[in-house]
Design a protein around this ligand. Structure first.
Ligand SMILES: C[S@@+](CC[C@H](N)C(=O)[O-])C[C@H]1O[C@@H](n2cnc3c(N)ncnc32)[C@H](O)[C@@H]1O
Length: 465
């Protein structure tokens, strides 16, 4: 009797079992990205939450969705070969389902018969029963080879083409990376973009220590390089009290390093007026603001997009910082700032591992508008700095146009010099890029450092601009 009662009570207390199949959720998320231009890292957590999946199922859904989206170009090339036709001739929802199936066959340890059967059922239910026979035939052909065999079968002998196909990147991105890294490191750099990174947290200096933050995360380890980084072992960072109350925030370790490198660079003269000229959504504002508080400095944070400026205001809460909504190119008095961060809007190609679909959406032509804006913002940062003041030019991209070429073109106008970012270079091995008598740049890489590919040029204003 008592047994029955307790069994009944337990059933009543349990959360309802999720009823939507994990593969269906992954398919719906992929459709949202390909059909509605959604961002997977925004729609997927919501879908998982709404359908009540947790633990291993949530992990499976994430792997299916992110993995398929990261590998789309390669999967489509293999599907084209397996079906004997250009996949653009097929309806998009069928292609999405086939990509999801092919991903399981080629990248996951799911038995072929299960991957084919579940995908065919999905096609019947979510696309059309009329095309389920076609889906079955194509996936069986895909299953006949593994990824290495497909890569070999589709290789043309052109190194960039073959590496791009094997590591699922558009060829133009591989070419741009190679222009910076050289041929030997290209394969590991591309491969690193396909590994989901852990969430990095920043323990705001003066607010919480790394030790206390890692204890709160139950198993989080201290970052390799940043004095403030903790790697989250898993779970939702938003549920941590320190994150919810603003003592810590989510921020890639590389982003932390480039911001701290500006704050730690030696400076002669006053050191009270700091500016963050491209601040949204406010990660670096939060860290620089906390450092400014410790040093008796004040931070002005500028962001052109009002909704992003609101996020900056949240990140700056309780810190000695003022948030301005406006154009950084027009902000402030010339010769007034001691330290300026120009974290310029960029292609974001240094953070592809965090944004699964991004590599297939970006185009080389996106740089046409970004490159002039980056140079104008850097020139504005130098105008704002006082003589002897420091400007950090930062991008989350290693591309030549957005990094060294931007800096060199602005330096040509005179009145500024390149400074070695010693603080960063001393603590991060293999982070020097392009050392010369004129100075050195810092470049971080996922495959070398486990960070996003952040670029930093530290400049000192030497005269009139
Ligand atoms: C790379 S993001 C900055 C990331 C930020 N520093 C952080 O750590 O969270 C670049 C930001 O610059 C903003 N932006 C673009 N053009 C701008 C302009 N002319 N003036 C100020 N901000 C601008 C973008 O809206 C975007 O929020």
């Amino acid at each position: 009797m008592s047994d029955n009662r307790s069994r009944g009570r337990r059933r009543h207390d349990e959360a309802p079992r999720p009823t939507v199949n994990p593969r269906r959720i992954a398919f719906d998320a992929i459709r949202a990205v390909t059909a509605d231009n959604a961002y997977a890292n925004i729609v997927l957590p919501r879908m998982i939450n709404e359908t009540g999946h947790t633990g291993r199922d949530a992990g499976l859904i994430t792997e299916l969705t992110y993995g398929t989206l990261r590998s789309l170009g390669t999967l489509e090339a293999i599907l084209a070969a397996a079906s004997g036709r250009d996949v653009r001739q097929l309806q998009q929802d069928l292609v999405d389902a086939l990509c999801l199936g092919a991903y399981q066959l080629l990248y996951m340890r799911i038995p072929a018969h299960a991957a084919v059967a579940t995908t065919v059922s999905l096609v019947k239910a979510a696309v059309s029963p009329r095309v389920s026979g076609l889906a079955n035939a194509v996936l069986r052909k895909v299953a006949a080879k593994d990824l290495d065999q497909w890569s070999e079968a589709l290789a043309t002998g052109d190194r960039l083409h073959d590496l791009s196909l094997r590591h699922a990147h558009p060829e133009w991105i591989a070419r741009e990376f190679e222009a910076v890294l050289g041929p030997d490191e290209l394969a590991p750099a591309l491969a690193a973009d396909n590994v989901a990174p852990p969430v990095h947290l920043c323990a705001k200096p003066g607010r919480i220590t790394k030790g206390d933050l890692s204890r709160e995360t139950r198993g989080g380890v201290h970052g390799r390089f940043s004095p403030y980084a903790v790697y989250l072992p898993g779970g939702d960072p938003g549920r941590l009290k320190s994150v919810a109350t603003g003592l810590a925030h989510v921020q890639d370790e590389g982003s932390q390093l480039v911001a701290v490198a500006l704050a730690e660079a030696p400076l002669e003269g006053p050191d009270a007026a700091w500016v963050d000229l491209c601040a949204g959504p406010g990660g670096k504002t939060g860290l620089l603001g906390a450092l400014a508080a410790q040093r008796g400095a004040h931070l002005d944070a500028v962001e052109i997009q009002p909704h992003r400026a609101e996020l900056v205001a949240k990140a700056a809460k309780g810190l000695p910082a003022t948030v301005h909504t406006g154009d950084g190119r027009l902000f402030g008095e010339p010769n007034s700032a001691d330290r300026v961060l120009v974290d310029a809007p960029c292609s974001g190609l240094g953070a592809l591992r965090r944004r699964p679909e991004a590599r297939w959406r970006k185009q080389r032509s996106d740089l046409d508008a970004l490159v002039p804006l980056q140079r104008e913002l850097l020139a504005a940062g130098l105008r704002l700095a006082r003589k002897g003041g420091l400007v950090a030019y930062v991008t989350c991209s290693p591309l030549l146009d957005e990094t060294t070429e931007a800096v060199e073109s602005v330096l040509k106008a005179g009145g500024a010099e390149l400074v070695r970012p010693e603080w960063l270079i001393d603590r991060v091995p293999d982070s020097v890029r392009g050392e010369s008598a004129a100075g050195a740049y810092a470049q971080l890489w996922p495959h070398r450092h486990g960070t996003d590919a952040m670029f930093l040029a530290l400049l000192r204003k030497t005269g009139k601009r």
